[in-house]
Design a binder for this molecule. Structure first.
Ligand SMILES: [Zn+2]
Length: 380
């Protein structure tokens, strides 16, 4: 029987190793050694500008499909204001540390599951593919590399569980997608003392910002969730007495599984077309460059066996009837879910991800371990 202390011990080891995105070499080799010592035959997969992914397989029957357990081993940077040891401190039922919640807690549970499998703690019907991935907090290059190398494919993987934290009784069956737009506004330069001879790009951009307030971000009743828009940056102008000729805006759009990126882009372009600007103003809209594809929205229908079994197991382990949610922001599960693989995010509880005094709820480690065990035993 897997002891709660054993899972906590794995979590403590993981939190002790700093693993900010881009610096996952040490944690990857710890995970590799952990799996090798258990008796697995793990392998690493190199990821650009990051530590390697670690992959291990538990084979049940080569004619069966796979269930994927995916966790990221990287964390964000150490934030200011820690009052606890950022590399691990236990206080009562809380375990503090960078990544203690997001998501070394989920990684610890998945590693404990891999340990339990070799000790016959549960008998899965499907083969189990475990992946500890890097760079999730930046560009998801770890998971995207596994997809590019066809280690994760829709043909092979029947279900996926990503160990992102959840809040007891709630779990994510999908996520919004994300599109970042660079909007460049060109006016016309002139001497700043005679501004009427030019076209001020700041004024023109302000008109665009104002009219984009009317953008319909959409609403999905099933999960009671809206899309969102947020201007992230504005740059432009000069310090000399000149009418600014260029302003650039960065617009973040998180959008729903009921929308496509084309619809999102078209809606922005449509509003721009109908905004009254000086006839000599030109506006360009580009998708913000990034090293991986923009994450698309996805959701796994509630009648999918993975969601049904996971919900039953959450109820058994916690006594709470789970609520199904869509994640507001993007994660590795987007890249897996958008392949068409039924995917959920399910990990232990905690709070203060990406901030000082991040913590994981220790009792939830064992509860989520039981949920995983139940899912592996029942799903086929
Ligand atoms: Zn995370």
């Amino acid at each position: 029987m897997m002891q709660a202390n054993r899972i906590l011990k794995i979590l403590q080891e993981l939190v002790r190793i700093p693993s900010q995105y881009g610096n996952e070499q040490q944690i990857s080799s710890w995970i590799f050694d952990f799996l090798a010592e258990l008796g697995y035959d793990p392998h690493t997969v190199e990821v650009p500008d990051s530590g390697p992914n670690v992959v291990a397989e538990f084979n049940v029957d080569s004619t069966q499909p796979w269930i994927l357990l995916n966790s990221h081993s990287d964390t964000v940077e150490a934030m200011r204001g820690w009052t606890r040891d950022p590399y691990g401190e236990r206080v009562g039922d809380k375990f503090y540390g960078i990544g203690a919640c997001d998501m070394k807690s989920g990684l610890a549970v998945q590693l404990a599951i891999m340990e339990g499998l070799l000790k016959d703690e549960c008998k899965p019907k499907l083969n189990v593919l475990f992946t500890a991935v890097t760079d999730e907090e930046l560009w998801s290059r770890g998971t995207v590399t596994l997809i590019e190398k066809e280690i994760i494919t829709a043909e092979k993987v029947a279900y996926a569980i990503v160990g992102e934290p959840h809040y007891l009784g709630n779990f994510l069956v999908g996520r919004r997608g994300r599109l970042i737009l660079d909007i460049t506004v060109h006016g016309k330069a002139a001497h700043g003392a005679t501004p009427k001879r030019g076209v001020n790009a700041i004024n023109e951009a302000a008109r665009l910002v104002q009219s984009l307030e009317s953008l319909d971000v959409g609403y999905m009743e099933e999960f009671d969730i809206e899309g969102s828009k947020c201007f992230l940056a504005i740059h432009g102008g000069v310090i000399s007495l000149s009418v600014p000729e260029t302003v650039s805006l960065v617009l973040d759009r998180h959008y729903l599984p009921t929308q496509t990126s084309e619809m999102v882009l078209d809606a922005v372009l449509e509003i721009m077309k109908n905004t009254e600007l000086d006839p000599s103003t030109s506006v360009k809209v580009n998708i913000h460059p990034r090293p991986t594809q923009a994450p698309l929205p996805f959701y796994t229908p509630l009648d999918n066996p993975l969601v049904r079994v996971a919900a039953e197991e959450v109820k058994l382990a916690t006594g709470i009837d789970p609520r199904f949610l869509l994640g507001r922001t993007v994660a590795d599960s987007n890249f897996i879910g958008m392949l068409g693989i039924p995917t959920i995010d399910l990990g232990p509880s905690g709070k203060k991800s990406h901030s000082a005094d991040e913590w994981c709820d220790i009792p939830s480690l064992k509860q989520i371990y039981q949920v995983y065990q139940g899912i592996l035993t029942k799903i086929s």
